[in-house]
Write a protein that binds this ligand. Structure first.
Ligand SMILES: [Zn+2]
Length: 265
């Protein structure tokens, strides 16, 4: 569990740990797990069953973000959703929508490879915005729009479309990091007002009691065989290859889903 909240500040007292005034984070604000040993607070050890494969344990965190996103969007079984972006978080959202019995799961991405994976993981319909008009296609499938739209692409175009595909009084969750040098047209707010939409930001994946049901739900979903881990993983490398692998990712030379680094020895 990477977040290390102070547990004392105003937001920690309210159970909003990701808004902690002085949090640390294992893997960014302090040394992380690409090591033989890592020192962590006891509370940050999530106890998992002995028979849970390490590969599955390594993917618990992205799954918790997806589960948290659906909480923030007020998603309930039987509702419909559009997931923008079939990266690791988007794909985990698709899986949780399937597990929580969404009536319609639509996923968009500009990569056909990613869309094929989304279909395998539970998307009923996939749309490539470079080929089709997403707004028009959703209209055909869901009339006035879906109940919940999730932005997990980190793309301004997708962000604008979330508003267009959501039904009046529906909700939108922003989960993707957007380019900070871009801005939105004010028509965005006009549409939010007319449809009386609820907009929700998502930051990390924690709720009270720490770390939150997102974490225990994920372990349960993996144990039940409902959360498909294997399909999420595209590569395995030894830990010693990490610098080279990160270099390839930074240079966009390694198309990938989740990559598992294995400690040697
Ligand atoms: Zn705090």
């Amino acid at each position: 569990i990477p977040l290390v909240p102070c547990f004392h500040c105003e937001e920690c007292q309210r159970g909003y740990y990701s808004a902690c005034h002085t949090y640390s984070f294992i893997g960014s604000r302090q040394a992380g797990g690409f090591a033989d040993y890592v020192e962590i607070p006891e509370r940050n050890a999530l106890i998992v069953p002995d028979d849970l494969p390490f590969e599955a344990a390594a993917l618990i965190e992205p799954s918790t973000v997806a589960r948290h996103i659906l909480d923030l969007g007020g998603f309930q079984g039987g509702q419909s959703a559009v997931v923008f972006g079939a990266g690791s978080i988007g794909l985990m959202v698709v899986q949780w929508l399937r597990i929580l019995k969404a009536s319609l799961i639509i996923c968009t991405d500009i990569s056909e490879t990613n869309l094929a994976i989304a279909r395998k993981l539970g998307a009923h319909v996939t749309l490539n915005p470079s080929v089709v008009d997403v707004k028009e296609e959703v209209k055909k499938l869901a009339g006035d729009g879906v109940d919940v739209a999730i932005e997990a692409a980190g793309a301004p175009q997708a962000l604008q479309q979330t508003i267009q595909v959501t039904r009046p009084r529906g909700s939108v969750v922003f989960g993707g990091n957007q380019p900070l040098d871009q801005s939105l047209p004010m028509t965005f707010i006009e549409d939010v007002m007319r449809k009386e939409l609820r907009l929700n930001g998502c930051f990390m994946s924690y709720s009270a009691p720490f770390p939150g049901h997102e974490w225990t739900d994920t372990v349960q979903a993996i144990r039940d065989g409902e959360m498909d881990i294997d399909t999420m993983i595209s590569h395995h490398f030894p830990l010693s290859a990490a610098p080279e692998v990160f270099g390839q990712i930074a240079a966009h030379q390694l198309p990938h889903q989740k990559i598992i680094l294995h400690p040697e020895g």
